[in-house]
Write a protein that binds this ligand. Structure first.
Ligand code: ADP
Length: 467
């Protein structure tokens, strides 16, 4: 079976539900209408008969009769029966007729007089009779006159009347019913189409990205705050991240190959040179020293790059636990104090028992990188000061040196990968140390700040959340 679109499915369900609702509504309306109409017919019958009851007067002689030109006077028994002109023998489809108790018709109309000629008069009761498939309601009332008590008023109405009214409603609904369904389907179609258009856009963009690998594309479905706009927003956010990561990866690969190319070219050139002519052992030794130093450089660089990539891409592999940062700082400072480089003195002041939720290996790496930099970029006979304190819930780590310092314009770039202000100072470094520190701080939801004055020294502050 051909794949059915969501829009069509929604429309079909919508049409089905509208049809069911409209049918039920009509069903209810018809049954209420039917009952009301039939009750109405009976009420009209009773009302008409009762209204006509007062239209009769009986006189024993003509002396007292006040005769109006339009009234009817009938000789009845030994007197006269006056039927007022306001007597209505046919109104609202109700026929009213005056009968003698022996069923002789005296006055008025009765469309089924033959068929009901034998029907006994029953006071104030509606009787039902089916004649030629039509139901008739008959209502009798004895006429309350002083001198005679054998006169009856009979009202007759056919059920057809009610049916005619219901039929006209049915006819009207047969036109209105399909119209309601048509309008709701057209309305539904417009709404569904409008609602689904963002989904269509999302899917087209996703396909384009899939086909062309064009990560720069974004979904534009205009302004709004419904679920679809939220979905498009999440989709765009995901694309932002993907594009960002992709660019980072590209940059990383190009930086890394660039960085590896230098030591590799030196090694190749040096080996070539050594092979070209015979040399003394001392000369060979010197060549090998250069090759070994460059190999060391490469090895350090590769290790740094691997660590960095591991932290940046698979940071979930590093588990966090409760770490006594004071103990860790103390022990690293004690170890690094032993470095006798440039006759620099490392001193430290660590407030005891400050705990954070972190990773031991990464925090060690952070401290070592910062202190190593302070040695690397420190001056002869210089000083390094490490301080760990807290204010309320915030722990502050400070690594301070009185070394070469960093120019203002370089301060924001030093955390970028492979950035080096002056590579002649960095020895084995490749500009990954501080970017690693930055990633470690991010991993611990901390903040990093640098304060430095060129020629005077630098202060690296790191802020952690205390637990
Ligand atoms: P590397 O030290 O390998 O060059 P880093 O990422 O550790 O790379 O540092 C980047 C740059 O920041 C360094 O090249 C250096 O110029 C500067 N820098 C880092 N730490 C200090 C410091 N304590 N004093 C002066 N400059 C520093």
């Amino acid at each position: 079976m051909k794949k059915m679109s969501i829009g069509l499915k929604i429309m079909l369900w919508f049409a089905l539900i509208v049809t069911i609702i409209v049918s039920i509504t009509y069903g209810i309306i018809f049954s209420i209408e039917y009952n009301i109409v039939h009750k109405g017919i009976k009420d009209t019958l009773i009302q008409t008969v009762q209204n006509n009851l007062d239209e009769f007067e009986y006189y024993k002689s003509t002396d007292n009769i006040e005769i109006n030109k339009v009234d009817h006077i009938i000789n009845y028994e030994k007197g006269y029966l006056k039927i007022s002109a306001t007597f209505l023998q046919h109104i609202n489809e109700v026929y009213t007729a005056l009968y003698k108790e022996d069923k002789t018709l005296i006055y008025g109309e009765n469309p089924i007089s033959k068929e009901i000629s034998s029907l006994t008069f029953t006071d104030s009761v509606i009787q039902e009779m089916k004649i030629d498939g039509t139901i008739y309601y008959i209502f009798d009332k004895k006429i309350p006159l002083d001198d005679i008590d054998n006169l009856w008023l009979r009202g007759i109405v056919s059920e057809e009347q009610g049916n005619k009214q219901v039929e006209s409603i049915v006819k009207l609904s047969l036109i209105v019913f399909p119209l309601i369904i048509c309008f709701s389907l057209i309305g539904g179609y417009i709404i569904v189409k409008k609602m689904l258009s963002p989904i269509h856009k999302i899917s087209t963009t996703a396909k384009q990205i899939g086909n062309d690998g064009e990560l720069k594309k974004r979904i534009d479905i205009g302004v709004g705050n419904d679920e679809l706009h939220e979905l498009a927003g999440s989709f765009n956010e995901m694309l932002d991240k993907l594009e960002n990561n992709f660019l980072k990866e590209q940059q990383f690969i190009s930086d890394a190959s660039h960085e590896l190319r230098t030591p590799l070219s030196v090694i190749l050139a040096q080996s070539q040179l050594s092979l070209e002519k015979d040399k003394t052992v001392d000369e060979y030794k010197k060549d090998f020293e250069i090759i070994a130093r460059q190999s060391q450089n490469m090895s350090k660089l590769i290790n740094d790059m691997l660590d960095f990539t591991r932290l940046e891409i698979q940071s979930e592999k590093y588990k966090k636990e409760k770490i006594n940062l004071s103990e860790l700082t103390n022990s690293i400072c004690m170890d690094l104090k032993l470095i006798k480089e440039k006759n620099i003195t490392l001193s430290f002041d660590v407030k005891q028992n400050l705990f954070i939720n972190g990773n031991y290996e990464l925090l060690s790496r952070l401290l070592i990188n910062l202190i190593n930099n302070a040695y690397k970029y420190g001056n002869q006979n210089g000083n390094i000061f490490v301080n760990l304190t807290n204010t309320n819930n915030q722990i502050t780590l400070l690594v301070q040196d009185d070394g070469i310092g960093i120019k203002k314009e370089d301060q924001e770039k030093i955390f970028d990968r492979f950035y080096q202000v002056d590579s002649s100072h960095s020895g084995l470094g490749a500009g990954l140390g501080l970017s690693m520190v930055y990633e470690i701080v991010q991993f611990h939801n901390g903040k990093i700040k640098v304060e430095s004055e060129f020629g005077k020294g630098s202060k690296f502050y790191i802020f952690f959340q205390k637990i």
